[in-house]
Design a protein around this ligand. Structure first.
Ligand code: ATP
Ligand code: MG
Length: 277
């Protein structure tokens, strides 16, 4: 099952992951989403940190319904989607401290995602904000999404934990292509150096080559935007971190275009082969 099997050409599902907690996943997911929305794309941001959901806190929203409601008979995915911005930037909230969500098994996750599939396919992008680490919910959703993004910081512990996520997803879930975003860097050079270290380890020990999405600078405007419960790109659209996030969003968009082109080529080839046979 692909998360967006109904419309695989259109929706790019992007999982925002990390080994270590607190590296900036939720802020990045929200603001990358905002950047792509501002560029004219339809985007659904799904809070899949079912242990400690907090996208709603970053937005200052208290949604009435969330993922948990989807397990009630008759509940539809439309009931749990809320607009962040009018015109195609939507939000699907999770719940904090709900054991049924934390302890979902494979069948429940499959049922949940097939319920959500029609909603997913309406968007250009589906962003999943995950909890830190390698719990079963994270691994399962990340392996279903088409673009896994591992967020690290230059701290050695964040790098080793990021490596662990990549190792588990590649060895147990057959994910082969990872994108890396380095958050909280002093400058572009530190971002590149950090990526190079992680990429060298993954190449050497796992035989994987990683793609670099870029670095995002440490910026006092990020915690300030969190305090004000406004997306950084709205609060300080020209600050250093916002500029870096926009550059990463452009790379994600290019990746989507590339995937679309590959899918189109495969479809054309399949057509030609079918006609020839
Ligand atoms: N580029 C940055 N510059 C300054 N502060 C940042 C930056 N990125 C994130 N932060 C700060 O780091 C903290 C953690 O961010 P965030 O909640 O997005 O991390 P997370 O990876 O989602 O955490 P968790 O693993 O708990 O879900 C926040 O207080 C945020 O303000
Ligand atoms: Mg988070």
């Amino acid at each position: 099952m692909d998360m967006t099997e109904k419309n695989p050409n259109a929706t790019l599902s992007v999982s925002i992951l990390s080994g270590k907690g607190g590296v900036g996943k939720t802020n990045l997911a929200l603001n990358l989403g905002f950047a792509l929305f501002r560029a004219g794309h339809r985007l659904l941001l799904m809070d899949f940190d079912v242990g400690l959901a907090n996208v709603d806190v970053l937005l200052g929203l208290s949604p009435e319904k969330n993922l948990q409601d989807l397990f009630r008979p008759g509940a539809t995915a439309e009931d749990v989607v809320y607009p962040i911005e009018e015109g195609g930037f939507d939000f699907l909230p999770s719940a904090s401290g709900v054991p049924e969500l934390l302890e979902m098994d494979e069948d429940m996750r499959e049922a949940l995602f097939s319920k959500l599939n029609t909603v997913f396919s309406r968007y250009d992008y589906l962003f999943l904000d995950h909890g830190a680490g390698i719990g079963p919910n994270v691994l399962s959703a990340a392996s279903l999404s088409r673009m896994p993004v591992v967020v690290v910081t230059p701290e050695p512990t964040s790098l080793t934990d990021g490596y662990a996520v990549i190792k588990v997803l590649s060895s147990k879930h057959h994910v082969r292509h990872f994108h890396v975003l380095v958050n909280q860097v002093a400058n572009a050079k530190e971002g590149q150096r950090t990526f190079d270290r992680l990429a060298a380890a993954c190449e050497r020990f796992l035989g994987l080559s990683l793609s670099f999405l870029g670095g995002v600078r440490t910026d006092a405007a990020v915690p300030e935007a969190v305090r004000r419960q406004v997306p950084l790109l709205k609060f300080a659209p020209t600050c250093a971190a916002a500029q870096d996030i926009i550059a990463v969003a452009v790379k994600i968009h290019r990746h989507r275009q590339k995937l679309g082109a590959t899918l189109r080529k495969t479809a054309i080839l399949k057509n030609i082969l079918e006609r020839a046979s």
